[in-house]
Design a protein. Structure first.
Length: 266
């Protein structure tokens, strides 16, 4: 036992976080692996989400370091985007009880499928940069805080939402867009993690073990993303977005699922 937690459980969660960190560094969606496992381990939903934020933050920081070492992050613009995303995520976490959760439950799967279709069919999906449609300053004032706020309120698919903004609005190539997405993800994860930690919801022995696994997994995933570029990132991003949409729709209480079932059943 380590701090009252079974060693075998910690070892298993470390391994899951290692795999999730690798996937997360490439296309996001590592929570598809970690959150269900945390729930199966006996954590209540709030503690599972809070503890997952800890390991997710570690993975995002790790992949940001890996991408930054290759010079793929333009810091004069990136830090402003990350700061606005982080502050907005705190605001989102504070407002979580005030927003209509059923609307998010219904809308997010549709948005994720739309993003998957975009990345699957878009002609310009390469490692080369294109002309930006907005300035980095405007992006930091609009898209980044909007996604950061969403990450604090709900979370699933935040990486995909950051990614589509970096590609379509700032014109970044796929690898550089992934690098900047990881930095923004790290900021918004850390912002909401701070509130969860202050509320005493993080299970630290489990979270720290998973954070170590996610850190090393993200190093592997980042190197694969840098080496293979769009060939790896594009199909994995499409797959992860679709899986996240299906995961949300698998909940019998999801209002979109209930509406569709009611329509065809009626």
């Amino acid at each position: 036992m380590i701090f009252g937690v079974d060693i075998g459980l910690i070892a298993g969660l470390f391994a899951v976080a290692l795999a999730a960190g690798c996937v997360d560094a490439i296309a996001g969606g590592g929570g598809l692996l970690t959150v269900p496992v945390l729930l199966l381990s006996g954590l209540d939903p709030v503690s599972a989400i809070a503890t997952n934020k800890l390991q997710g933050s570690a993975g995002a920081v790790s992949s940001t370091i890996a991408f930054a070492r290759r010079g793929l992050i333009h810091w004069p613009d990136a830090w402003k985007i990350a700061l606005s995303a982080g502050i907005a995520s705190i605001g989102g976490a504070l407002c979580v009880s005030l927003l209509p959760r059923p609307v998010l439950d219904a809308a997010v799967p549709i948005l994720l499928v739309g993003i998957a279709l975009y990345f699957a069919m878009a002609r310009r999906m390469s490692n080369d940069d294109a002309t930006a449609r907005v300035t980095p300053a405007l992006f930091a004032l609009t898209w980044a805080p909007a996604v950061g706020f969403y990450d604090g309120v709900f979370g699933p698919g935040a990486g995909a939402f950051y990614m589509i903004g970096f590609v379509t609005l700032l014109g970044l190539g796929v690898v550089r867009a992934t690098a900047h997405t990881k930095l923004a993800n790290a900021a918004s994860n850390l912002g909401s993690l701070a509130l969860f930690a202050a509320g005493g919801h993080v299970i630290w022995p489990i979270g720290l073990a998973m954070a170590v696994g996610a850190f090393f997994g993200a190093q592997v995933g980042s190197r694969l993303a840098i080496r293979l570029g769009a060939r790896l990132i594009r199909p994995l991003l499409v797959t992860i977005a679709c899986l996240m949409a299906l995961r949300l729709l698998s909940d019998p209480a999801n209002p979109l699922r209930r509406a569709v079932v009611g329509f065809f059943g009626g």
